[in-house]
Design a protein. Sequence first.
Length: 465
Amino acid sequence: MRLKIFLALMLPFLCMVASAQNPVETVFKVEYRTAAGNDTIIEVSTISTNGFSFIGSKGMVDRYNQMIGQWETVEEENGDAWLNVIKVDDKSANITADFSIDIKESGFESFGYCISKTPNPQISDNRMQLSNYSGTLDLSIFNAEYGDGNYTLEIRKDVIDRSDIKVTGLSYINTYYIRSYVKFRNGFIMYSGEKSLTALKTKAAALATEEGLDNSLLLEDSIVFTEEVLPRLIDNEEEISIDLRYGIEQDLTYFVKSMSSAEKAELLKNVNKTIECVDGNLYVINECPAGIIDTFKKNFGGGVEFSAVEMFKSVTSGEDTTVYCDASLGVPYNSYLRVQPFSATGNPKIGFNIPKYLPADKEYDIYAVFVHPDTLPNKFIIELQERQPSSESGKGSYKRTKKSDDYIINNASNSVDTCFVGRYTFLGTPDPIIQIYSDVKRTEKEYSRIICISKICIVPVNENE
């Protein structure tokens, strides 16, 4: 940093000050190159019995690099004010700043951060105030109130200390520049060195930012169906409700997951745009192959069968839950879930997610496949829990929509039994749950309280029946 301190004119006075008993504050002039690269003359600093010091900021200076034999412009080191970017993700960054003892003990008015989309951000009238050393600088709030420009986060405290803030509302399409600052009571403003940062271009950020991807669906963490595809998939050109949209996403996820490698390769031939992200690629599909549409239409609203092990959701406390996998068992998927209560009188309750959407305009037959652990019959109840139809404010709360009578499986000589739960019409809301629980009273010693279940089937009823 180029400083031309006019000491020659002040030496007699400095000697006098050095011998004084009490500090004598005297302002002197310093020619200073600012961080923006401009030469200016400012009045700063203090002369006292301890000598004097200049509180400066980082600036760009010319130095001769002997290693390469050339002059180069570098950023000069400065311990008086510094700033560091600790962590950047797809939406935010953690910023920390600190100041030297000289600054912390100086007469200051305020300190904080300046940020903009252009280099050398300055203190501006577009400012928020914090009364603490930590907080959040939400750029979306600034942008809504002031538009694009220079923003200032001002911290008003009696003393300066290390400050840590979180800058949110970042977008990877912009580069942001940030500096910490201190404003002194004499009007001088000192800035730290400048840092630039860009948010990470993750898949989630790309979906929220890229043009034309509003309300798109992300399937298998890479395939993106745009909103234009959805009506064609279900022959519904009208506005799609929140529940139906969620159901389509649920059904598509299930559908794509069950695709063969050849079908997926055929689907990816129709990619309209590939978006490269730090965590992988997004493959955007605006038009779906006719064969894929026909297959999906057959699948959408169709039946579903699933492994109890795969879709296990929850179990009441106080039970021992074990997964058995053995090809010799002769049960579906070669596996089953075994739940046994710890106490002799406990009745376990198990919950399972249904992995696909079931529209409200069809009837379904529900089956459950049980495995018998011993010769005692089982006595249990099956119930359905569904969300109530959603409003725009949310998805609705769960309520029980069907409860069966007691089911008793007496034929315990067979290792596997399929139980017909009943015929049912769903509400057409997302994420229905099937719960199965023992219903054995304390006095009913003739029943087993252990539940072993392998598979659940939900089959659409043939309209010609």
